[in-house]
Design a protein around this ligand. Structure first.
Ligand SMILES: Nc1ncnc2c1ncn2[C@@H]1O[C@H](COP(=O)(O)OP(=O)(O)OP(=O)(O)O)[C@@H](O)[C@H]1O
Ligand SMILES: [Mg+2]
Length: 391
């Protein structure tokens, strides 16, 4: 199944004037008209697709242009259109990593299908070339205010610090109606999914890039502008599509997930590699963390067991707060990680707008989340130390 839309795709058309296609069969594409000479410099970085009308250009010049084009390190996928296609041309085309031929006359649908198939093939090849598979971690609060958004932001920052790449980590705020992540980061949420309607379900990498707000080196944010109707108006398909494309574009995707179950919640959880349930050290929160974890384990028995992370741990526990041992008794399992309390750093960061690791890099919150990320990313501590799953 293809998922591609052509919104914002850069198509270089060589030959007859094909720009009218951007208002018809290739609606939404950014179509540029060029001469055969452009074959010498067009790459996958400057065009998403090359469209050639072979009937409108000299066959010999085109064959030698294509030979030079094929020698480039990253030629974009190429579609050759025409009614008379000499063998030399087809042979030149076969040297390209992703190419196809469409014999004229053809319908709009034929053209669309050929274009989508080429973009899909190019996307799959780019993902394969990238090698390592993307990792998706989902973070949920056991109760409101437990610190899920804070932990998600600092986790994403910790992952971005470990990478040298430009677009390595993507934070996705799935609190679609009133997510706080953009405000915590002092950023503008740009994922206007509602205005796209059903087109959001066919989102592609170019559109996702337009929706992303850069936060810092290697870190982008996908968050929706506040809208009370967002949970009703943004479809399950659109949410899953966002995550699918984000996982193709970034090495790590960190999802801030609402704890109330939505039509897409289980599929999001099933598709991710880690689920972190954030609890605070109160009896109701610990009981909720245990229940939430059990619900997920029962619904997704073959997925990884959620990890429970205790947030806002004080170095000295005063008064009625449960000790760690008492907390683990309430959880009926060991906690998978802990994050110290540091109200000053947390407040400074949200008030200034930006991660704690930026405004208070020496905070214990940053140190503890770094250690947690090291353990999970390094895979040196297997979840639950073999603890049995809830029945
Ligand atoms: N380790 C911590 N130490 C001190 N304050 C913290 C810590 N973690 C989070 N906070 C603060 O606790 C408050 C709630 O945190 P946050 O918004 O991250 O929780 P949440 O689980 O995402 O809440 P919601 O249920 O509203 O989405 C914020 O003011 C945040 O700055
Ligand atoms: Mg939150």
């Amino acid at each position: 199944m293809t998922h591609w839309s052509l919104l914002g795709r850069r198509v270089l058309a060589i030959g007859a004037d094909l720009t009218a296609l951007s208002r018809g069969a290739l609606f939404g594409a950014a179509l540029e008209q060029g001469q055969i000479e452009r074959l010498a410099d067009v790459t996958a970085e400057t065009a998403d697709l090359l469209l050639i009308d072979a009937d409108a250009v000299d066959a010999e010049a085109l064959a030698s242009g294509l030979a030079a084009f094929a020698a480039q390190p990253t030629p974009p996928p190429t579609l050759l259109l025409g009614s008379r296609l000499p063998a030399s041309l087809v042979r030149a085309l076969l040297r390209l990593p992703v190419s196809d031929v469409l014999e004229a006359p053809f319908s709009d649908e034929d053209l669309q299908n050929a274009v989508y198939a080429l973009l899909d093939a190019a996307g799959a090849q780019a993902a394969a070339n990238q090698g390592a598979r993307s990792r998706c971690w989902t973070i949920m609060g056991a109760v409101g205010g437990a610190g899920a958004t804070t932990v998600a932001i600092e986790t994403a920052c910790a992952l971005a610090r470990r990478s040298r790449k430009d677009r390595s980590v993507c934070l996705v705020d799935l609190n679609l109606a009133d997510g706080a992540m953009a405000a915590y980061l002092g950023a503008t949420p740009a994922m206007g999914l509602i205005s796209f309607g059903p087109a959001a379900e066919r989102m592609d990498a170019a559109l996702l890039a337009a929706f992303a707000t850069p936060i810092g080196k290697g870190l982008d944010l996908l968050a929706c502008p506040r809208d009370p109707l967002a949970f009703d108006e943004i479809s399950r398909e659109a949410v899953l599509r966002i995550l699918e494309i984000a996982c193709e574009a970034y090495d790590h995707v960190v999802v801030d997930m609402p704890r109330h179950r939505r039509a897409w919640s289980l599929e999001v959880l099933a598709g991710c590699d880690e689920v972190l349930i954030i609890s605070e050290l109160t009896v109701p929160a610990l009981l909720a963390a245990r229940s939430l974890s059990e619900e997920i384990e029962q619904a997704l028995p073959t997925s990884a067991r959620p990890r429970i992370v205790l947030n806002r741990l004080a170095s000295r526990l005063f008064g009625a707060a449960p000790s760690l041992a008492e907390a683990e008794r309430a959880l009926q399992r060991k906690a998978d990680g802990g994050v110290s309390s540091d109200w000053d750093a947390a407040a400074a960061s949200v008030n200034l707008g930006g991660p704690i690791s930026q405004h208070r890099p020496k905070s214990k919150i940053v140190r503890d989340i770094d250690a947690l990320v090291d353990r999970i990313a390094g895979g040196d501590e297997r979840r639950g130390a073999g603890a049995p799953r809830a029945a």
